[in-house]
Write a protein that binds this ligand. Structure first.
Ligand code: 4NP
Length: 162
């Protein structure tokens, strides 16, 4: 059983959190740390349960050499009770996660951009790219790339993985 479980959370679980999951998994694998991790993603809404990622997310992941075989799921109380880390993409995902009636014993509920080494904008949200064009997906990819790197470095130190 992997020792560290990580759940990435957005609204629909078809754009931001599947990309965060894919990027984080790729970095974990490239450091040969996969045996230490259980990694999933979910959405706070039920809008897209069972669907694959958005075609623009699939295209972005394909550019990284990752083929996404995704089935969207909704964040549940059970997830909140068993995962070690729940990483919310924006303030609204964070607030919705806190509204679930979970036992807050040891769970670390954090926002993704808490780990952003170059937070330049005044928001600490990963912006929702759903309504925009491919520019938004590029921006989300750039943000998630640096945040997932920093998050993994944080976990490596915190859990003495290397
Ligand atoms: P995500 O993006 O939360 O990053 O997966 C969205 C996907 C779908 C919707 C909103 C945001 N929607 O309203 O259906």
């Amino acid at each position: 059983m992997p020792s560290i479980s990580v759940m990435f959370v957005c609204l629909g679980n078809i754009c931001r959190s599947p990309l965060a999951e894919a990027l984080f998994r790729q970095k974990v694998n490239s450091r040969n740390l996969q045996d230490h991790f259980h990694i999933e993603s979910s959405g706070t809404s039920n809008y897209h349960i069972g669907e694959n990622a958005d075609p623009r997310t699939i295209e972005t992941a394909a550019g990284l050499g990752v083929s996404l075989d995704h089935s969207a799921q909704q964040l549940s109380v059970q997830h909140m009770n068993v995962f070690d880390y729940v990483i919310a993409m924006d303030e609204s995902n964070f607030t919705n996660a806190t509204k679930l009636d979970f036992n807050n014993t040891g769970l670390k509920l954090l926002k993704m951009r808490y780990f952003d080494p170059s937070l330049e904008s005044e928001t600490d949200d990963v912006p929702d790219p759903w309504f925009g064009g491919s520019e938004g997906f590029k921006e989300v990819h750039n943000i998630l790339d640096r945040c997932t790197t920093a998050f993994l470095e944080h976990l490596i130190k915190e859990h003495h993985l290397i």
